[in-house]
Design a protein around this ligand. Structure first.
Ligand SMILES: [Zn+2]
Length: 93
């Protein structure tokens, strides 16, 4: 039986550690620039608690963690993505 060790990452907002699969991943991909949930390169993670992904400083925190500036196009994609998480907010995820 293969035991899978969860990969733990820190949320850029609350600084708590979570299993990577429960986090929103933002990657500064070498070739494609900033990507959500995919890509290879420096990554930052945000947990799916509403306080974190709706943090008014979340874009600034991401920019600092990724050491780059985020394009308005990416911010749009990010905001659409987090809108879909609102469904979970009452279930405490
Ligand atoms: Zn968090």
């Amino acid at each position: 039986m293969i035991q899978q060790t969860p990969v733990m990452r820190i949320c850029v907002s609350c600084r708590k550690t979570y299993d990577r699969k429960y986090l929103i991943k933002v990657t500064n991909d070498h070739k494609q620039g900033i990507l959500l949930q995919k890509g290879m390169g420096r990554s930052a993670y945000i947990c799916k608690s509403k306080n974190c992904y709706t943090d008014s400083k979340i874009i600034k925190k991401l920019q600092k963690a990724l050491r780059t500036s985020l394009e308005p196009e990416f911010i749009d994609i990010f905001k659409k993505e987090i809108t879909s998480y609102n469904d979970y907010s009452n279930k405490g995820i």
